[in-house]
Design a protein around this ligand. Structure first.
Ligand code: UT7
Length: 323
């Protein structure tokens, strides 16, 4: 018998305010056409004043718990991936813990920017397999609108706010790729590329700063590294692109999503795409896409899914799971 971390529930939350590309026209030197053709983004959601990352996370968590038929008291742990927490401390995860009324177990944040949800899933999986926790709520939640420079057209049109969550539970499997649950993970980072995507502020700098990105450089790394990490994760369980029912990629750029699918020889009708509606929501993008993919009736029990993401660090990775 082999233990597996199996998905029991999924949910998401998007702030009410929808901002179409046309809202940027006139404010900065850009067009709806440029944003659509270069990134695939058509609109994004922005959090309301006074609405913070933990608020988005709590709403997504409640939806995932309902989908799982569980209550907060059933959980052993909460792991929240974010680069935009409400406060420097306590963690946004403990704020979610409080809001859900969970008085036992433990909660903490993970910070790996756009790869944050991959890192959080991998951490949850390791804790479940090692017996440290059995039911783990894994959340990706961001309010990137708070760290955008509205005069920098090369970044401010690309990001959005949102949250998604998964409930994972330990279950016995057979040890084969036919098992439901997380089958393989693959993580990487390379700090030498820290200066191509970063925020130019932080706590010890005394100001929170804004996103800065050399888009073309990040694009080049993304196309090369995402397919490689997805293949590496699939290899670990003796699978290939031909076995994949759905790629659920980080939603940063439709051209990157297409290039990765092509390298993996997976047709685009087997890829969940939400970038047109959400923009780049960093750590929230994968759980948002999983939740939307399930709600659309695309992702079904037993489907083989590969998720992959890359972001600031650079940090990147992939998770293979059977839904
Ligand atoms: O989630 C973390 C990972 N992030 C990513 O994966 C993002 C990766 N990068 C990208 O998605 C793309 O590089 C971008 C969408 C950011 C940019 O697309 P690009 O095809 O690489 O364009 P570019 O940066 O080479 O810019 C082309 C031109 C430039 O003008 P010149 O120098 O050719 O005259 C830019 O100044 O487009 C200009 N430009 C804009 N024009 C209109 C940049 N931003 C805008 C804009 N509207 N908003």
């Amino acid at each position: 018998m082999t233990k597996r971390a199996v998905v029991r529930g999924v949910g998401h939350y998007l702030p009410e305010r929808v901002v179409p590309n046309t809202e940027f026209e006139g404010k900065i030197d850009t067009t709806d056409e440029w944003i659509r053709t270069r990134s695939g983004i058509e609109r994004r959601h922005f959090a309301a004043e006074g609405e913070h990352t933990s608020d988005l996370a709590v709403a997504a968590a409640r939806a995932a718990l309902e989908d799982a038929g569980m209550e907060a008291g059933d959980l052993d742990a909460i792991i929240l991936a974010t680069s935009t927490p409400d406060l420097t401390f306590p963690s946004a995860a403990t704020m979610v813990q409080k809001a859900l009324g969970m008085t036992r177990g433990f909660a903490f944040d993970v910070q790996a920017v756009c790869a944050g949800f991959i890192y959080a899933m991998s951490t949850a999986n390791a804790m479940i397999l090692s017996g440290q926790a059995n039911r783990v709520l894994v959340i990706g939640a961001e309010t990137f609108s708070r760290i955008l420079d509205w005069e920098d057209r090369s970044t401010c049109v690309l990001f959005g706010d949102g949250a998604g969550a998964l409930v994972l539970e330990g279950a016995e499997g057979t040890g084969t790729a036919a098992d439901r649950g997380i089958l393989a993970t693959d993580l990487h980072s390379d700090g030498r590329f820290g200066d191509i995507l970063y925020v130019d502020g932080g706590v010890s700098k005394g100001h929170s700063g804004f996103v800065r990105m050399l888009g073309k450089e990040v694009f080049r790394h993304a196309v090369e590294k995402l397919a490689a990490t997805a293949h590496a994760a699939l290899d670990k369980v003796g699978l290939s692109g031909a076995d994949v029912d759905w790629i659920v990629p980080h939603q940063a750029n439709l051209r990157i999503i297409k290039a990765t699918a092509q390298r993996m020889q997976v047709p685009m009708d087997h890829v969940i795409v939400t970038v047109q509606d959400h923009g780049n929501t960093s750590a929230a993008s994968i759980p948002l896409a999983l939740s939307v993919g399930k709600a659309q009736g695309k992702i079904k029990p037993g489907d083989l899914i590969v998720t992959e993401a890359i972001g600031g660090g650079l940090a990147w990775g992939a998770v293979v799971l059977r839904w």
